[in-house]
Design a protein around this ligand. Structure first.
Ligand SMILES: [Zn+2]
Length: 384
């Protein structure tokens, strides 16, 4: 579907917006919307006066006529740093009538090409041109279409602990940091083994170094300003990601449950990537890791003895690179959904399993177990 903006040729109009700022000077952040047209949006000429914006990737585009150089300049001002009022004032000073500016912005919003950044999100971005440029790549995915904003700020203020600098945990930490999570701490006590090296995580040169330090370096490579320090005792993490293969049987998961800390399993067991369940203590309907354990025990009475042995030893690294990275990215999407305040991440009460060779996600349900002490809330003391 095409929407078209077709207006009279632009001419000098005083719309009462006040003096435009000098070109190239970024204005201060205000409370008004800051429209962002991602820099990668194609601006394509059909003829000297007809411009097509986007519309080449299966989504709606917009055709604008007439559209001279002043309209292109207007579109380039939609950088997310200028307020709508500033964009309008600068464009009017450039000779574009105010109603043309308004129609164009409305048309872009109608097609979903324009993202309205909230002032709170902009202020939450690290200072400096490099950090702003990196954030510019992430913001369109963090800002809801409705333009309510606040997601990016929520990520910047969040703290995530990654337990296990594994072939999933280390790249996952880097992806979370690059996606805007302000505080990412990786916990691990072991040294890097040759097979721990993975794209986006520990490198081959890290062999023998502490895994936690190698993971911290991986995070720094992706996002130099992310806070990597351990959380102080009075700062509870917003989420803990359990990257060791059999963390469900680990005392750590019981402690998280008792403390009411949200936690997510993200690991590779043998060759299968597993993302979930996401346990949100106090949130009804999702259950907990003990629920999943109880269902396994129902299927096989020997399961508790097997699980105890699995949790007793540190497993060897596992998972092909494609499996580990897909698991890490799938987990990152779930973490961000939780931090962004999405209502119902798919891994609440379920796990996504990624099995070679096709690695297509399969959803495995782990509903609340009627015999679990959490009573379906993910909270409460584990059963004896
Ligand atoms: Zn439970």
């Amino acid at each position: 579907m095409w929407e078209e903006v077709d207006d009279q040729p632009p001419g000098p109009v005083d719309d009462g917006c006040g003096p435009a700022r000098r070109a190239g000077t970024l204005p201060a952040v205000t409370e008004s919307p800051h429209p962002l047209l991602p820099a990668a949006t194609p601006l394509l000429r059909l003829d000297p006066e007809l411009l097509q914006i986007g519309g080449v990737d299966g989504r709606d585009g917009l055709r604008v006529h007439p559209a001279g150089a002043e309209v292109t300049a207007l579109l380039r001002r939609l950088d997310g740093r200028r307020s709508e009022r500033t964009v309008r004032a600068e464009s009017v000073a450039d000779g574009v009538p105010g109603d043309v500016v308004d129609d164009l912005l409305a048309g872009l919003r109608g097609t979903g090409l324009l993202h309205d950044l909230a002032a709170a999100d902009l202020l939450a971005t690290d200072p400096g041109p490099a950090a702003v440029a990196r954030a510019g790549m992430e913001l369109p995915a963090a800002v809801p279409r409705a333009g309510t904003g606040g997601r990016w700020r929520a990520r910047r203020q969040s703290a995530v602990v990654v337990d296990g600098a594994t072939r999933v945990g280390a790249p996952l930490a880097a992806v979370l940091a690059a996606s805007g999570v302000g505080w990412v701490h990786v916990r691990d006590r072991g040294p890097v083994r040759a097979e721990d090296a993975v794209v986006g995580g520990a490198t081959a040169a890290d062999e023998g170094r502490p895994r936690a330090l190698a993971a911290a370096d991986a995070v720094r490579r992706a996002s130099p300003l992310t806070d990597l320090r351990p959380l102080p005792p009075d700062r509870a993490p917003d989420l803990v990601v359990l990257c060791r293969p059999w963390a469900a049987a680990d005392p750590l998961s019981a402690a998280l449950q008792q403390a009411g800390t949200p936690h997510l399993v993200a690991t590779v067991r043998a060759e299968t990537g597993v993302v979930g369940p996401l346990v949100l203590p106090g949130s009804p309907g999702g259950g907990c890791l003990r629920c999943a354990d109880a269902w396994r025990r129902d299927d096989d009475p020997a399961w508790p003895r097997l699980a105890a042995q699995l949790a007793a030893v540190e497993p060897a690294p596992s998972g092909a690179t494609v499996t580990c990275l897909l698991t890490a990215v799938t987990a990152a999407v779930q973490v961000l959904a939780h931090l962004d305040g999405d209502d119902d991440p798919v891994t609440v009460g379920a796990a996504l399993e990624l099995r070679p060779p096709d690695l297509l996600p399969r959803l495995r349900r782990w509903p609340p177990h009627p015999g679990c002490a959490c009573r379906g809330t993910g909270r409460g003391a584990p059963p004896p």
